[in-house]
Design a protein. Structure first.
Length: 202
């Protein structure tokens, strides 16, 4: 865009009205580091399985941390007084809050926007990560939406996974297709109907 003889190459500012600030920052982060705050499906699935066992341990750790903080606060009160301690406590909380606000909690909609940005800026590796993220979360209620996204962004892996999912869950997909068909283009809707036609609806 900047070095290829495009109009943007001679501009001091480039407007990107169809990309949100948070998504753009993630794209920049990925360009500089090769990483993005987008957990892979394998990691999240593993975490999901371990969550039940880990919750109790996490609670115990949190209790221990709270006790340690209470002890530290008592020592600070003794040395510097309650007023100074309260100010520092407030600063600590605001600092944590600011850090937390800068961290983007990704969901399916954000991933779709990142996928679209990766397609726009020719970042295939990032696009594949987004596809894997969506494939791992395919459900009857969102498969048609994901199929539409894959078709519009030329996500061949995601589209193939969606079509396979539709075949495996054709009875349930038929039901949601009645009120979700508007999400699909006429060509894509015809493709889905052709795919479902030979499958038993019993």
């Amino acid at each position: 865009m900047l070095m290829g003889g495009f109009v943007e190459g001679g501009q001091t500012e480039i407007a990107l009205p169809d990309i949100s600030r948070d998504i753009f920052l993630l794209i920049v982060e990925y360009l500089f580091t090769g990483e993005i705050s987008l957990a892979t499906a394998e990691v999240e699935l593993k975490e999901g399985k371990e969550n039940e066992k880990g919750r109790e341990k996490e609670k115990e750790k949190e209790k221990e941390k709270e006790k340690e903080k209470e002890k530290e606060n008592e020592h600070e009160k003794e040395k510097k007084g309650e007023d100074n301690t309260s100010k520092r406590g407030g600063e600590g909380e605001s600092g944590d809050g600011e850090r937390g606000s800068k961290r983007l909690n990704l969901n399916a909609e954000n991933v779709v926007e990142i996928f679209a940005a990766s397609n726009r800026f020719d970042m295939p590796a990032l696009g594949r990560r987004c596809e894997r993220y969506l494939i791992a979360r395919l459900e009857v209620d969102n498969v048609l939406h994901c199929l539409s996204v894959a078709d519009s962004l030329m996500g061949l892996r995601l589209k193939s996974a969606c079509l396979t999912f539709i075949c495996l869950h054709h009875e349930d997909v038929r039901k949601v297709l009645r009120w979700q068909h508007a999400q699909l283009t006429s060509t894509l809707l015809e493709e889905v109907n052709v795919l479902l036609a030979p499958l038993s609806s019993s």
